[in-house]
Design a protein around this ligand. Sequence first.
Ligand SMILES: *Cc1c(COP(=O)(O)O)cnc(C)c1O
Length: 363
Amino acid sequence: MTGERVYNFSAGPSVLPEEVLKKASDEMLNYRGSGMSVMEMSHRSRIFEKIIGEAEERLRRLMDIPDDYAVLFLQGGASLQFAMVPMNLMGRTGRAGYIDTGHWSSRAIKEAGLFGEVEVLASSADRGYTYIPAMSPIPEGLSYVHITTNNTIYGTRYTSLPDTGDIPLVADASSNILSEPVDIRKFGIYYAGAQKNLGPAGVTVVIIRKDLAGGHLPKTPTMLRYDIHVEKRSLYNTPPCYAIYMVGLVLEWVEAQGGVQTIYAQNQEKAELLYWFLDQSDLFSTMVEPAYRSLTNVPFFLPSEELTQTFLKEAEAQGLVNLKGHRSVGGLRASIYNAMPKEGVEALVAFMKDFERRYGRRR
Ligand SMILES: *Cc1c(COP(=O)(O)O)cnc(C)c1O
Protein backbone atom coordinates (compact mmCIF):
# COMPACT_ATOMS: atom_id res chain seq x y z
CA MET A 1 0.00 0.00 0.00
CA THR A 2 1.29 3.45 -0.76
CA GLY A 3 0.57 6.39 1.51
CA GLU A 4 -2.86 6.22 3.04
CA ARG A 5 -4.63 4.26 0.34
CA VAL A 6 -6.52 1.19 1.48
CA TYR A 7 -7.30 -2.09 -0.22
CA ASN A 8 -10.81 -1.37 -1.44
CA PHE A 9 -12.96 -4.47 -2.01
CA SER A 10 -16.06 -2.48 -2.98
CA ALA A 11 -18.43 -4.08 -5.51
CA GLY A 12 -18.88 -0.78 -7.34
CA PRO A 13 -17.90 1.93 -7.79
CA SER A 14 -14.66 0.18 -7.09
CA VAL A 15 -10.88 0.30 -7.02
CA LEU A 16 -9.08 1.91 -9.97
CA PRO A 17 -5.43 1.35 -10.88
CA GLU A 18 -3.25 3.77 -8.95
CA GLU A 19 -1.29 4.62 -12.11
CA VAL A 20 -4.54 5.70 -13.77
CA LEU A 21 -5.50 7.98 -10.89
CA LYS A 22 -2.03 9.52 -10.89
CA LYS A 23 -2.13 10.15 -14.60
CA ALA A 24 -5.58 11.73 -14.34
CA SER A 25 -4.26 13.87 -11.52
CA ASP A 26 -1.23 14.96 -13.58
CA GLU A 27 -3.49 15.87 -16.49
CA MET A 28 -6.22 17.47 -14.41
CA LEU A 29 -5.43 21.16 -14.91
CA ASN A 30 -3.90 21.05 -18.35
CA TYR A 31 -4.65 18.10 -20.59
CA ARG A 32 -1.66 17.56 -22.86
CA GLY A 33 -0.98 21.18 -23.57
CA SER A 34 -4.60 22.16 -24.24
CA GLY A 35 -4.55 24.53 -21.27
CA MET A 36 -7.72 23.02 -19.87
CA SER A 37 -9.10 20.00 -18.08
CA VAL A 38 -10.91 17.28 -20.02
CA MET A 39 -13.93 18.30 -17.92
CA GLU A 40 -13.89 21.75 -19.53
CA MET A 41 -13.65 20.72 -23.18
CA SER A 42 -16.26 20.80 -25.88
CA HIS A 43 -17.32 17.30 -26.78
CA ARG A 44 -17.17 18.50 -30.40
CA SER A 45 -13.52 19.56 -30.16
CA ARG A 46 -10.87 17.70 -32.10
CA ILE A 47 -9.02 16.95 -28.88
CA PHE A 48 -12.04 15.25 -27.30
CA GLU A 49 -12.82 13.38 -30.49
CA LYS A 50 -9.35 11.93 -30.20
CA ILE A 51 -10.00 10.90 -26.58
CA ILE A 52 -13.23 9.07 -27.39
CA GLY A 53 -11.81 7.64 -30.62
CA GLU A 54 -8.75 6.24 -28.85
CA ALA A 55 -10.87 4.75 -26.06
CA GLU A 56 -12.94 2.96 -28.69
CA GLU A 57 -9.86 1.76 -30.58
CA ARG A 58 -8.28 0.42 -27.40
CA LEU A 59 -11.41 -1.51 -26.49
CA ARG A 60 -11.62 -2.88 -30.04
CA ARG A 61 -8.02 -4.08 -29.82
CA LEU A 62 -8.35 -5.54 -26.33
CA MET A 63 -11.58 -7.40 -27.06
CA ASP A 64 -10.94 -8.07 -30.75
CA ILE A 65 -14.22 -6.38 -31.71
CA PRO A 66 -14.98 -6.79 -35.42
CA ASP A 67 -16.08 -3.94 -37.72
CA ASP A 68 -19.69 -5.08 -37.90
CA TYR A 69 -20.02 -4.18 -34.21
CA ALA A 70 -20.37 -0.64 -32.86
CA VAL A 71 -18.87 0.47 -29.55
CA LEU A 72 -21.08 3.00 -27.74
CA PHE A 73 -20.43 5.14 -24.67
CA LEU A 74 -23.84 5.85 -23.16
CA GLN A 75 -25.35 7.06 -19.88
CA GLY A 76 -27.94 5.65 -17.51
CA GLY A 77 -25.91 2.71 -16.26
CA ALA A 78 -26.54 -0.95 -16.89
CA SER A 79 -30.01 -0.30 -15.49
CA LEU A 80 -31.00 1.79 -18.50
CA GLN A 81 -29.83 -1.05 -20.76
CA PHE A 82 -32.43 -3.22 -19.02
CA ALA A 83 -34.97 -0.99 -20.81
CA MET A 84 -33.05 -0.06 -23.97
CA VAL A 85 -32.48 -3.68 -24.94
CA PRO A 86 -36.19 -4.57 -25.09
CA MET A 87 -37.17 -1.17 -26.56
CA ASN A 88 -34.78 -1.75 -29.44
CA LEU A 89 -34.95 -5.52 -29.91
CA MET A 90 -38.30 -6.77 -28.65
CA GLY A 91 -40.13 -5.48 -31.73
CA ARG A 92 -38.74 -8.34 -33.78
CA THR A 93 -41.19 -10.91 -32.34
CA GLY A 94 -42.67 -9.35 -29.20
CA ARG A 95 -41.12 -12.08 -27.02
CA ALA A 96 -37.73 -12.44 -25.37
CA GLY A 97 -36.03 -15.11 -23.27
CA TYR A 98 -34.23 -14.33 -20.01
CA ILE A 99 -32.14 -16.43 -17.68
CA ASP A 100 -32.66 -15.58 -14.05
CA THR A 101 -29.42 -15.78 -12.09
CA GLY A 102 -30.19 -13.29 -9.34
CA HIS A 103 -30.82 -9.68 -8.44
CA TRP A 104 -29.63 -7.94 -11.60
CA SER A 105 -31.14 -10.41 -14.04
CA SER A 106 -34.42 -10.15 -12.11
CA ARG A 107 -34.32 -6.40 -12.63
CA ALA A 108 -33.67 -6.90 -16.33
CA ILE A 109 -36.62 -9.31 -16.54
CA LYS A 110 -38.95 -6.87 -14.79
CA GLU A 111 -38.01 -4.06 -17.14
CA ALA A 112 -38.34 -6.17 -20.28
CA GLY A 113 -41.86 -7.09 -19.18
CA LEU A 114 -42.87 -3.46 -19.81
CA PHE A 115 -42.23 -3.89 -23.53
CA GLY A 116 -43.25 -7.43 -24.41
CA GLU A 117 -43.64 -10.98 -23.31
CA VAL A 118 -40.79 -12.41 -21.23
CA GLU A 119 -40.04 -16.09 -20.95
CA VAL A 120 -37.77 -17.09 -18.11
CA LEU A 121 -35.87 -19.92 -19.76
CA ALA A 122 -34.04 -21.05 -16.63
CA SER A 123 -33.51 -19.89 -13.07
CA SER A 124 -31.17 -20.70 -10.21
CA ALA A 125 -33.53 -19.25 -7.58
CA ASP A 126 -34.23 -22.77 -6.21
CA ARG A 127 -30.77 -22.98 -4.63
CA GLY A 128 -30.31 -19.36 -3.67
CA TYR A 129 -28.62 -18.37 -6.96
CA THR A 130 -25.49 -20.34 -6.07
CA TYR A 131 -25.04 -21.78 -9.57
CA ILE A 132 -25.70 -21.09 -13.25
CA PRO A 133 -28.71 -23.06 -14.50
CA ALA A 134 -28.57 -25.21 -17.62
CA MET A 135 -30.91 -24.09 -20.36
CA SER A 136 -33.40 -26.35 -22.07
CA PRO A 137 -33.70 -26.03 -25.86
CA ILE A 138 -34.62 -22.49 -26.87
CA PRO A 139 -38.23 -22.03 -27.94
CA GLU A 140 -38.98 -20.58 -31.37
CA GLY A 141 -39.80 -16.96 -31.98
CA LEU A 142 -37.71 -15.16 -29.41
CA SER A 143 -36.30 -11.74 -30.30
CA TYR A 144 -33.23 -12.36 -28.15
CA VAL A 145 -31.96 -14.18 -25.07
CA HIS A 146 -30.56 -12.20 -22.14
CA ILE A 147 -28.00 -13.40 -19.59
CA THR A 148 -25.94 -11.84 -16.81
CA THR A 149 -22.41 -13.10 -17.41
CA ASN A 150 -21.26 -12.45 -13.84
CA ASN A 151 -23.55 -12.14 -10.85
CA THR A 152 -22.01 -9.45 -8.70
CA ILE A 153 -24.06 -10.19 -5.59
CA TYR A 154 -24.11 -14.01 -5.61
CA GLY A 155 -20.61 -14.53 -6.97
CA THR A 156 -21.46 -16.79 -9.90
CA ARG A 157 -20.40 -16.51 -13.52
CA TYR A 158 -20.97 -18.23 -16.82
CA THR A 159 -18.03 -20.50 -17.52
CA SER A 160 -19.57 -21.59 -20.82
CA LEU A 161 -22.15 -19.72 -22.85
CA PRO A 162 -25.60 -21.01 -23.74
CA ASP A 163 -26.01 -21.87 -27.41
CA THR A 164 -28.81 -19.69 -28.75
CA GLY A 165 -28.25 -20.48 -32.41
CA ASP A 166 -29.46 -17.61 -34.59
CA ILE A 167 -31.19 -15.83 -31.72
CA PRO A 168 -29.05 -12.88 -30.57
CA LEU A 169 -27.48 -13.39 -27.17
CA VAL A 170 -27.56 -10.21 -25.06
CA ALA A 171 -25.30 -9.98 -22.03
CA ASP A 172 -25.01 -7.77 -19.00
CA ALA A 173 -21.27 -8.01 -18.31
CA SER A 174 -21.07 -5.10 -15.88
CA SER A 175 -18.98 -6.92 -13.31
CA ASN A 176 -16.74 -9.04 -15.51
CA ILE A 177 -16.08 -7.21 -18.76
CA LEU A 178 -12.33 -7.41 -19.53
CA SER A 179 -11.70 -9.82 -16.64
CA GLU A 180 -11.39 -12.80 -18.98
CA PRO A 181 -11.29 -13.29 -22.75
CA VAL A 182 -14.65 -13.49 -24.56
CA ASP A 183 -15.55 -14.09 -28.19
CA ILE A 184 -17.66 -11.03 -28.89
CA ARG A 185 -19.05 -12.65 -32.06
CA LYS A 186 -21.12 -14.91 -29.83
CA PHE A 187 -23.10 -11.89 -28.66
CA GLY A 188 -25.62 -9.57 -30.25
CA ILE A 189 -25.17 -7.00 -27.50
CA TYR A 190 -22.60 -6.97 -24.71
CA TYR A 191 -23.00 -4.15 -22.21
CA ALA A 192 -21.44 -2.99 -18.96
CA GLY A 193 -21.70 -0.08 -16.57
CA ALA A 194 -18.13 1.18 -16.22
CA GLN A 195 -17.91 1.49 -12.45
CA LYS A 196 -16.87 -2.09 -11.75
CA ASN A 197 -14.06 -3.03 -14.07
CA LEU A 198 -13.71 -0.19 -16.57
CA GLY A 199 -13.58 3.18 -14.86
CA PRO A 200 -15.75 5.58 -12.86
CA ALA A 201 -19.54 5.64 -12.72
CA GLY A 202 -21.31 7.68 -15.39
CA VAL A 203 -20.60 5.83 -18.60
CA THR A 204 -21.96 2.54 -19.90
CA VAL A 205 -20.21 0.65 -22.66
CA VAL A 206 -22.50 -1.04 -25.18
CA ILE A 207 -21.01 -3.28 -27.85
CA ILE A 208 -23.71 -3.98 -30.42
CA ARG A 209 -23.84 -5.89 -33.68
CA LYS A 210 -24.84 -3.13 -36.07
CA ASP A 211 -27.70 -5.00 -37.74
CA LEU A 212 -29.50 -5.10 -34.37
CA ALA A 213 -29.85 -1.29 -34.30
CA GLY A 214 -32.88 0.26 -35.95
CA GLY A 215 -35.64 -2.13 -34.93
CA HIS A 216 -36.86 -0.05 -31.99
CA LEU A 217 -40.51 0.13 -30.92
CA PRO A 218 -42.38 3.12 -32.45
CA LYS A 219 -42.52 5.34 -29.34
CA THR A 220 -38.89 4.81 -28.35
CA PRO A 221 -37.40 8.18 -27.31
CA THR A 222 -34.59 9.34 -29.57
CA MET A 223 -32.05 9.17 -26.75
CA LEU A 224 -32.86 5.50 -26.22
CA ARG A 225 -32.40 4.40 -29.84
CA TYR A 226 -29.29 2.38 -30.59
CA ASP A 227 -29.37 3.37 -34.27
CA ILE A 228 -29.05 7.08 -33.36
CA HIS A 229 -26.06 6.45 -31.10
CA VAL A 230 -24.42 4.19 -33.69
CA GLU A 231 -24.90 6.80 -36.42
CA LYS A 232 -23.67 9.67 -34.23
CA ARG A 233 -20.83 7.63 -32.73
CA SER A 234 -22.00 8.33 -29.15
CA LEU A 235 -22.05 12.07 -29.86
CA TYR A 236 -25.78 12.59 -30.46
CA ASN A 237 -25.78 14.75 -27.33
CA THR A 238 -23.14 15.58 -24.72
CA PRO A 239 -21.61 12.29 -23.64
CA PRO A 240 -20.09 11.72 -20.18
CA CYS A 241 -16.79 13.15 -21.40
CA TYR A 242 -14.67 12.83 -18.28
CA ALA A 243 -15.83 9.28 -17.52
CA ILE A 244 -14.99 8.28 -21.12
CA TYR A 245 -11.52 9.80 -20.71
CA MET A 246 -11.04 7.77 -17.52
CA VAL A 247 -12.17 4.57 -19.24
CA GLY A 248 -9.57 5.33 -21.92
CA LEU A 249 -6.87 5.56 -19.25
CA VAL A 250 -8.00 2.26 -17.71
CA LEU A 251 -7.91 0.59 -21.13
CA GLU A 252 -4.42 1.97 -21.70
CA TRP A 253 -3.45 0.43 -18.35
CA VAL A 254 -4.95 -2.94 -19.33
CA GLU A 255 -2.90 -2.86 -22.54
CA ALA A 256 0.22 -2.02 -20.55
CA GLN A 257 -0.41 -5.04 -18.30
CA GLY A 258 -0.25 -7.23 -21.41
CA GLY A 259 -3.93 -7.30 -22.36
CA VAL A 260 -6.88 -9.41 -21.34
CA GLN A 261 -5.02 -12.76 -21.31
CA THR A 262 -2.52 -11.47 -18.77
CA ILE A 263 -5.23 -9.85 -16.68
CA TYR A 264 -7.19 -13.12 -16.82
CA ALA A 265 -4.20 -15.08 -15.53
CA GLN A 266 -3.77 -12.57 -12.70
CA ASN A 267 -7.48 -12.73 -11.87
CA GLN A 268 -7.38 -16.52 -11.73
CA GLU A 269 -4.41 -16.41 -9.41
CA LYS A 270 -6.10 -13.89 -7.11
CA ALA A 271 -9.40 -15.78 -7.02
CA GLU A 272 -7.70 -19.15 -6.44
CA LEU A 273 -5.82 -17.74 -3.49
CA LEU A 274 -9.05 -16.68 -1.85
CA TYR A 275 -11.10 -19.79 -2.75
CA TRP A 276 -8.26 -22.04 -1.64
CA PHE A 277 -8.35 -20.44 1.78
CA LEU A 278 -12.16 -20.54 1.99
CA ASP A 279 -12.29 -24.22 0.98
CA GLN A 280 -9.94 -25.37 3.69
CA SER A 281 -11.21 -23.04 6.41
CA ASP A 282 -13.25 -24.37 9.35
CA LEU A 283 -14.57 -20.92 10.14
CA PHE A 284 -15.29 -19.21 6.82
CA SER A 285 -17.55 -20.72 4.18
CA THR A 286 -18.69 -20.00 0.66
CA MET A 287 -21.92 -21.24 -0.95
CA VAL A 288 -21.12 -20.90 -4.64
CA GLU A 289 -20.76 -24.16 -6.56
CA PRO A 290 -17.11 -24.48 -7.64
CA ALA A 291 -17.92 -24.80 -11.37
CA TYR A 292 -19.51 -21.36 -11.48
CA ARG A 293 -17.31 -19.29 -9.20
CA SER A 294 -16.82 -15.67 -10.14
CA LEU A 295 -13.32 -14.36 -10.68
CA THR A 296 -14.36 -10.86 -9.64
CA ASN A 297 -16.84 -11.12 -6.75
CA VAL A 298 -16.37 -13.60 -3.90
CA PRO A 299 -19.12 -13.77 -1.27
CA PHE A 300 -18.31 -15.63 1.95
CA PHE A 301 -19.73 -16.15 5.39
CA LEU A 302 -18.87 -16.42 9.06
CA PRO A 303 -21.04 -18.48 11.42
CA SER A 304 -22.63 -15.52 13.22
CA GLU A 305 -23.65 -11.94 12.64
CA GLU A 306 -21.58 -10.94 15.67
CA LEU A 307 -18.39 -12.43 14.20
CA THR A 308 -19.22 -10.80 10.86
CA GLN A 309 -19.37 -7.39 12.52
CA THR A 310 -16.12 -8.03 14.38
CA PHE A 311 -14.50 -9.09 11.11
CA LEU A 312 -15.59 -5.93 9.31
CA LYS A 313 -14.38 -3.68 12.09
CA GLU A 314 -10.98 -5.37 12.43
CA ALA A 315 -10.49 -5.59 8.67
CA GLU A 316 -11.15 -1.89 8.28
CA ALA A 317 -8.59 -1.08 10.95
CA GLN A 318 -6.08 -2.99 8.80
CA GLY A 319 -6.94 -1.02 5.66
CA LEU A 320 -9.11 -3.78 4.16
CA VAL A 321 -12.37 -2.00 3.42
CA ASN A 322 -15.83 -2.48 1.89
CA LEU A 323 -16.03 -6.20 2.64
CA LYS A 324 -19.67 -6.20 3.70
CA GLY A 325 -21.90 -8.51 1.65
CA HIS A 326 -24.83 -7.14 -0.35
CA ARG A 327 -27.82 -6.43 1.90
CA SER A 328 -29.88 -9.11 0.13
CA VAL A 329 -27.51 -11.97 1.01
CA GLY A 330 -25.65 -10.66 4.06
CA GLY A 331 -22.29 -12.01 5.12
CA LEU A 332 -19.13 -10.76 3.45
CA ARG A 333 -17.96 -10.18 -0.10
CA ALA A 334 -14.59 -9.36 -1.59
CA SER A 335 -14.74 -7.79 -5.03
CA ILE A 336 -11.38 -8.37 -6.65
CA TYR A 337 -11.66 -6.63 -10.00
CA ASN A 338 -8.79 -6.16 -12.47
CA ALA A 339 -7.40 -3.19 -10.55
CA MET A 340 -7.14 -5.06 -7.23
CA PRO A 341 -3.46 -5.98 -6.91
CA LYS A 342 -2.52 -9.49 -5.86
CA GLU A 343 -0.98 -7.98 -2.71
CA GLY A 344 -4.47 -6.84 -1.70
CA VAL A 345 -5.83 -10.41 -1.88
CA GLU A 346 -2.74 -11.72 -0.07
CA ALA A 347 -3.28 -9.17 2.69
CA LEU A 348 -6.95 -10.19 2.95
CA VAL A 349 -6.14 -13.91 3.14
CA ALA A 350 -3.42 -13.28 5.74
CA PHE A 351 -5.92 -11.32 7.80
CA MET A 352 -8.56 -14.06 7.45
CA LYS A 353 -6.05 -16.69 8.56
CA ASP A 354 -5.19 -14.67 11.61
CA PHE A 355 -8.87 -14.04 12.30
CA GLU A 356 -9.55 -17.78 12.17
CA ARG A 357 -6.65 -18.49 14.49
CA ARG A 358 -8.07 -16.06 17.02
CA TYR A 359 -11.81 -16.76 16.71
CA GLY A 360 -12.04 -20.25 15.18
CA ARG A 361 -12.62 -23.50 17.01
CA ARG A 362 -9.39 -24.99 18.31
CA ARG A 363 -8.39 -27.93 16.16
C1 LIG B 1 -23.85 -3.06 -10.76
C2 LIG B 1 -24.59 -3.88 -11.73
C3 LIG B 1 -25.72 -3.38 -12.39
C4 LIG B 1 -26.27 -2.01 -12.14
O1 LIG B 1 -25.52 -1.08 -12.76
P1 LIG B 1 -25.90 0.48 -12.80
O2 LIG B 1 -24.83 1.02 -13.67
O3 LIG B 1 -25.87 0.97 -11.40
O4 LIG B 1 -27.24 0.60 -13.40
C5 LIG B 1 -26.33 -4.19 -13.33
N1 LIG B 1 -25.87 -5.42 -13.59
C6 LIG B 1 -24.80 -5.94 -12.96
C7 LIG B 1 -24.33 -7.32 -13.30
C8 LIG B 1 -24.14 -5.18 -12.01
O5 LIG B 1 -23.06 -5.69 -11.38
